[in-house]
Design a protein around this ligand. Structure first.
Ligand code: ARG
Length: 583
């Protein structure tokens, strides 16, 4: 790690060990950025307060003892004891400058990790239904996590757990058969799947209570049995529906620049054959019991209304399988076949209990080995009324309509800011800006909290937005173009406070990304990039780059520009956001 906290930590640990004994070698010295309102120092070490009780000395004395033993002359410029016993540390400018130069000229910006196999299951829409705003957020957050973990050097296995199985397919197959596979109605599956779904649903509802022995509803129900029984013609029609669904979702992924491909598709249907065996095994192991005709698992600690235990329904009393068993099979596959160290499920928060119960059952059955399943909970997207975003007719807002609206707003913004560009170039830029705006809005807020969808705010070029960060990259590119400096490599020398602040912030990049890899919280990276862009702006206001008088100062400032650009572009890339060349 290049960040000062990581570099300083072992020095403080060594000082504590020398002062108080070897057991302090591994203690966390609790180093944080210093409070800029109170001190000009860079870092604050809180170790003395935490250690005082154990050491049996007042914190300020502990602090003094740490200073006495601190041996980091290349790193530390000065230390002072403040308040009840913090250490305020000012770093050496030369150290910051050479660390920043090393980062610029080194191989990569990210620290090495111990590589893990990580499943990232995300997006997971339902076949023959349009993706809605909830899927947008799981898709965007999941893609950012997959890219970030991959960037850190982990082996990422993407899984798109498509909802491609279940009783609903009876009516869909029957509807497809009726309208004809080559009909325009069938083609809707690839363009406007909700319309196709509604067509099937309407026929089903209209005939549900009919006494006609050959009604649509009756045939749809028979289709379910045929599908589950593996009837070849029914499976072929089902496959047709899935293929058209793929066309639809791949178009959405292409438009949103999402890194999922057909190879990542792992729909619910792939687990179907395993269900009878899972039921038998759970019963044999005494984990599941028959209750009112259904096969259920009762787990400790899941108590519902009237103090009744909440069952996890494995097989319904009519013999059908529910959602729970599909996730038992899924985790077993992730663990025993794919040998994941971590399995991330990027899915809406309301499904948390379902996952916890399914996973506990899977573990009880002995089907989880060395895998930690993690539910990356996704919060709801709200409308301006504070309620879940819906259309006027009460449907969930479709993903496509949001994307279209964002692209249209971005086109207006760029038309205003760059009237000089030709239409094609402008559209290229505004598409990236519109998509960047949507993604950043999803990613800049912690994934489990709700947020209010506000198109005007998210496409704004000012404020904590995707377009602001994209604009920052375009501006730096333009500085470098004007400097005719293809690949500035410094060395970085720091004289002005704004240069120093920028260099310091740049050194934190690797540790922030590493943190995202552990906490699975992309908003930490978003917040860092925003702060970096602002720190850059202050630097650029205070330190002339192209007009710097001294050639060495100019080279150094160009190098700071180049490193900032690399960090911003790479960081946005990990979030799945493209940086246009100009804006
Ligand atoms: N298809 C589901 C939905 O749209 C999400 C699937 C989540 N993943 C899982 N392993 N259950 O709500």
């Amino acid at each position: 790690m290049t960040d000062p906290v990581s570099v300083l930590t072992p020095h403080v640990q060594a000082a504590m060990a020398a002062a108080f004994g070897p057991e302090w070698r591994e203690a966390d010295p609790v180093i944080r950025p210093a409070n800029k309102k109170q001190t000009s120092a860079d870092l604050q070490v809180n170790a003395a307060m935490a250690a005082a009780k154990k050491v049996g000395k007042p914190p300020r004395e502990v602090a003094a003892a740490i200073i006495e033993h601190l041996d980091a002359p290349d790193l530390v410029e000065s230390v002072e004891i403040a308040g009840p016993g913090f250490l305020n540390i000012t770093l050496k400018g030369e150290w910051i400058a050479s660390a920043a130069t090393d980062l610029l000229t080194g191989d990569g910006l990210l620290p090495p990790v111990t590589p893990e196999r990580v499943i990232v299951e995300y997006s997971s829409p339902n076949a023959a239904k349009e993706m809605h705003v909830g899927h947008l957020r799981t898709t965007v957050v999941g893609d950012a996590l997959a890219r970030t973990l991959e960037g850190l050097g982990h082996t990422v296995i993407r899984q798109n757990h498509l909802g491609d199985w279940g009783t609903g397919f009876g009516m869909l197959v029957e509807h497809l058969l009726e309208v004809g596979e080559d009909s325009d109605e069938a083609k809707l599956l690839g363009s406007d799947p909700n319309a196709f779904y509604r067509g099937a649903r309407a026929k089903f509802s209209a005939t549900e209570t009919s006494t006609d022995a050959d009604s649509f509803a009756v045939r749809a129900r028979k289709r379910v049995t045929l599908l589950q029984g593996g009837d070849a013609e029914t499976l072929r029609l089902w496959q047709e529906i899935i293929d058209l669904t793929k066309t639809y979702i791949n178009r959405v992924y292409a438009e949103l620049d999402i890194s999922l491909t057909n190879d990542d598709l792992a729909g619910e249907s792939i687990y179907n054959d395993e269900f009878p065996g899972i039921c038998d095994a759970l019963e044999d192991k005494g984990i599941a019991v028959i209750s009112e005709g259904a096969l259920c698992v009762f787990l400790d600690g899941y108590i519902g209304r009237e103090d009744k235990p909440v069952p996890l329904m494995i097989r319904k009393s009519d013999g059908g399988y529910g959602y729970a068993i599909s996730d038992i099979a899924t985790l077993r596959h992730y663990s025993l076949d794919l040998k994941a160290d971590r399995a991330l499920y990027v899915v809406g928060a309301p499904q948390n209990m379902h996952f916890r119960m399914a996973w506990e059952t899977t573990a009880k059955a002995g089907w989880v080995e060395g895998t930690e399943p993690i539910h990356v909970q996704i919060g709801n997207v709200l409308g301006s009324d504070g309620k879940i975003l819906r259309t006027r007719s009460g449907d969930l807002v479709t993903l496509q309509s949001l994307v279209d609206a964002a692209l249209a707003r971005a086109a207006e913004v760029i038309a205003e800011s760059r009237p000089d560009l030709d239409d094609v170039t402008r559209k290229e830029i505004s598409d990236k800006v519109g998509i960047g705006a949507i993604k950043y809005a999803d990613l800049s807020i912690s994934h489990d909290s709700e947020y209010t969808f506000d198109l005007d705010r998210m496409v704004a070029l000012q404020g904590n937005t995707g377009p602001y960060l994209q604009y920052a990259t375009a501006r730096i590119r333009s500085i470098l173009r004007r400097a005719d400096s293809v690949d500035p490599s410094g060395p970085i020398v720091l004289t002005e406070p704004a240069e120093r602040a920028l260099a310091l912030r740049l050194l934190d990049y690797g540790s922030v990304v590493a943190q995202v890899g552990e906490t699975l919280e992309p908003h930490r990276l978003a917040a860092y990039l925003f702060d970096l862009a602002q720190t850059f702006t202050t630097f650029y206001e205070q330190c002339p780059v192209l007009k710097a008088e001294d050639a060495a100062v100019k080279d150094s400032r160009l190098a700071l520009c180049a490193l900032t650009l690399r960090v911003l572009v790479e960081g946005l890339g990990l979030l799945g956001i493209e940086s246009p060349d100009q804006m």
